[in-house]
Design a protein around this ligand. Structure first.
Ligand SMILES: Cc1ncc(COP(=O)(O)O)c(C=O)c1O
Length: 378
């Protein structure tokens, strides 16, 4: 039986329905006019070149391919992220160097500095949960040392640092339109860049490395070996509809996040992930930290709530805890901040259209299920 309150539910309006039907009737179906429209909308929003691809993972892969080139090298990656942030470094011929995060669960300049080596080529900044990472400081630090920055903005549509959109700071930024993301299309992603030469290369690599002969649609040359990372027009149509409603979708997430924050004040042992200002975050996730809990207690809690019809999640089991990342942990590196956060963290459902009553009920149940006798109740 599906949960009474699912962890996510993409929002569907008349606009998604109409665009999807138009794409269907348009009979292009491949990467066609709707992908072009989506790219134009992203270019307009971010003021950068936008290259739409089949997923956020594909966007990261191409970003690292473009920036690492044939030389490879090391890329500093936060442990507090999804696997794609780091796996694509390996697939692009580089070596991820997995490091701990600061108290906001973002990478900090200090951690980047401590992980530098003569082989370091770049750094990935991930805007966790949609809240802005200290990207300005990290970009300034990297510029002075000739390092590049990839901004993994897959959670952050839209998020802001002092009024400037996340996704406009790094040499390349990546977006995801996966079903759970603030702008969803089932699957999909994009690269945002300022360098038109790199943008052109990204366009070629997403289409098998093919350059078409102008005026001869039947003729092409495979200039380099690439991939099929194209997005279909169906997905682009849905993503475009969501981008056009971004303000409403964002406001809806924000309102629910503020409601969660207010209700959780009754349970001081449940600490919402601190976000500097409601207007700075995309509110992709609403993480909560259960003070003093162990991972086993947290998992048991999620199980009990699931049995009651509430689907929660965990973001993240950090990379350094996964088998595949053991070769990429610098020797002597410890992860005290991520370790503590992993024990205590869970994410609450947050999606436009989530009924307020579901939030009232969930927070009340959470309060009851998580109270340790050592915490004062008033
Ligand atoms: C931080 C982060 N980066 C990258 C990705 C990959 O995006 P996609 O699922 O579109 O491949 C995700 C997806 O969950 C993510 O959370």
């Amino acid at each position: 039986m599906p949960p009474k309150v699912p962890f996510h539910r993409p929002s569907v309006s008349e606009r998604e329905r109409a665009y999807l039907l138009e794409a269907l009737e348009g009979r292009y179906w491949g990467s066609g006019p709707w992908v072009e429209r989506l790219e134009a909308a992203l270019q307009n929003l971010y003021g950068r070149e936008a290259v739409v691809v089949s997923s956020g993972t594909a966007a990261l892969h191409l970003a690292y391919m473009l920036l690492l080139g044939k030389e490879g090298g090391e890329v500093i990656v936060p442990t507090w992220t999804f696997t794609a942030t780091a796996s694509e470094v390996v697939h692009a011929g580089g070596v991820p160097v997995v490091v701990d995060v600061g108290p906001s669960l973002h990478l900090t300049v200090e951690q980047v500095e401590a992980a530098l080596s003569p082989r370091t080529r770049g750094v990935v900044v991930m805007h966790y949960a949609g809240a802005p990472a200290p990207v300005r400081e990290i970009v300034a630090f990297c510029r002075e040392r000739g390092l590049w920055v990839v901004e993994d903005a897959c959670h952050a549509v839209p998020a802001y640092v002092e009024g400037r959109l996340c996704g406009t700071f790094g040499d390349i930024a990546t977006l995801s339109f996966h079903a759970t993301k603030p702008v969803a299309a089932g699957q999909g992603g994009a690269l945002l860049l300022s360098d038109p030469v790199l943008a052109e290369k990204a366009r070629r690599l997403r289409t098998h490395g093919i350059r078409r002969t102008p005026g001869q649609p039947w003729s092409y040359e495979v200039e380099s070996l690439g991939w099929n990372y194209r997005l279909s027009d169906f997905q682009a149509a849905v993503a475009l509809a969501q981008i056009e409603q971004l303000t409403e979708l964002w406001q809806a997430r924000k309102r629910l996040a503020v409601l969660y924050q207010a209700l959780l004040q009754d349970y001081p042992w449940l600490r919402p992930y601190p976000v500097p200002a409601a207007d700075s975050s995309a509110w992709h996730l609403f993480p909560v930290f259960w003070s003093g809990a162990t991972a086993q207690q947290r998992d048991a809690l999620l199980y009990r709530l699931y049995a009651q019809g509430f689907e929660l999640s965990v973001h993240y089991k950090p990379l350094h805890r996964h088998k595949a990342y053991q070769p990429y942990l610098p020797s002597g590196q410890t992860f005290p901040i991520a370790e503590k956060a992993y024990n205590e963290v869970f994410s609450l459902p947050l999606w436009p259209g989530l009924p307020d009553e579901a939030i009232f009920e969930l927070v009340a149940r959470l309060g009851k299920e998580t109270h340790f006798p050592s915490f004062p109740t008033s």
